[in-house]
Ligand binder design. Structure first.
Ligand code: ZN
Length: 274
C-alpha cells in the first residue's frame, strides 16, 4: 500500500506552485489527496481546474473555504449566502465532497449575534448543499481569530452547531492548530465522531511563539502540539479519512517548494512511524 495514501495536502501549503505543477508534484510523490483552495483555482476557472484534477489519481478531499456569514447589514449577509452557494456549485464541479467553512465574525455585532448569523447562513445554504451533495465542514478557529474570522472557536461550539442541524450535510473539520490547547478536546472529538460529524482532520504544528498570527505555522514535529495523541483520539472515533497538512508560512513559501514537499513527507512519516 502507498505509505502516503492518507496524506492530503492543502494547495495553500505549496502556494507558490500553480495548480497543474502542484498536482504533478503531488502525484509524483504519491500524495493521496488534495484540498483545493479557491485561490489555486482562480487563474484557470472551475472547468479547467476540474480537468486538471481529473487527470490525476489524487483524491479531491475538500474545497476551501466558504463561510464568512456574519456581516454588518442584511445586504452583506445575503451576499455571503450567494457567494457560498456559488462555492457549493464549484465544489461539486471540482469533485470535492466537502466545503470547509471559516464561519466568520462581525466585530461590530459581537460574538453571540455572529453565531446566530452563522446559523442563519448555514440554514440558508443547506438546501443547495443537499441538491449538489456537498457537505459543510464547520471549522472552529483558535480564539485569536474571534474578532473577524470566526465566532466558532472551540470544538464544543462546532459540535453544538452541527448538532442543531442534525443532518448528514453538516459536520465539523478538526484542525490541531486551532484546538490543541482545549482541555475538553478528547471528549469533544469523541462526541464529534459518535454523532457522525467528524468530516475532516487538519494537521500542522504550533511554533513557540509564532512570529505571525496567521502565516507562521510549523511543520509537524516543529512545535508543541501533541499531534500523535490527537490523531489517536481522532482514529479512535473510527475516522478513516485523510490527514490534511495545512500550513500557512511565509518562511516555507519563500523556500524551494520541492525541498519543502520533501520536508512535509519526512515529518509526516516521522509522526506516524511510516
Ligand atoms: Zn484547517
Amino acid at each position: 500500500m502507498n505509505p502516503l495514501s492518507k496524506l492530503c495536502l492543502h494547495t495553500i501549503t505549496n502556494k507558490p506552485w500553480p495548480l497543474p505543477e502542484l498536482l504533478d508534484k503531488y502525484a509524483a510523490t504519491g500524495v493521496g489527496g488534495v484540498s483545493v483552495w479557491q485561490n489555486a483555482v482562480e487563474p484557470y476557472g472551475i472547468s479547467q481546474a476540474a480537468s486538471f484534477l481529473a487527470a490525476h489519481s489524487i483524491e479531491v478531499v475538500s474545497y476551501v473555504r466558504g463561510g464568512f456569514f456574519p456581516g454588518p447589514n442584511h445586504a452583506a449577509r445575503q451576499q455571503a449566502i450567494n457567494d457560498n452557494k456559488v462555492m457549493i456549485e464549484e465544489a461539486a464541479a471540482l469533485g470535492a465532497p466537502i466545503l470547509v467553512l471559516v464561519c466568520g465574525a462581525e466585530p461590530t455585532a459581537g460574538l453571540v449575534a455572529s453565531r446566530n448569523q452563522i446559523q442563519d447562513g448555514i440554514e440558508a445554504i443547506l438546501p443547495h448543499c443537499q441538491a449538489h451533495d456537498v457537505k459543510l465542514a464547520i471549522e472552529p478557529l483558535h480564539p485569536m481569530y474571534a474578532d473577524t474570522r470566526s465566532a466558532i472557536n472551540t470544538l464544543e461550539q462546532a459540535n453544538d452547531m452541527a448538532e442543531i442541524f442534525d443532518c448528514e450535510h453538516v459536520g465539523v473539520a478538526v484542525d490541531v492548530y486551532h484546538l490543541w490547547w482545549d482541555p475538553h478536546l478528547e471528549k469533544e472529538i469523541k462526541r464529534c465522531g459518535s454523532m457522525g460529524n467528524l468530516l475532516a482532520y487538519h494537521i500542522c504544528d504550533w511554533k513557540y511563539p509564532p512570529e505571525d498570527m496567521l502565516n507562521d505555522r510549523g511543520l509537524m514535529g516543529e512545535g508543541c502540539i501533541p499531534i500523535a495523541q490527537i490523531s489517536e483520539w481522532v482514529s479512535a472515533t473510527g475516522f478513516t479519512g485523510m490527514h490534511e497538512v495545512e500550513i500557512f508560512s511565509n518562511r516555507y513559501w519563500s523556500m524551494n517548494q520541492d525541498e519543502f514537499l520533501s520536508k512535509i513527507v519526512h515529518s509526516y512519516k516521522e509522526l506516524y512511524h511510516i
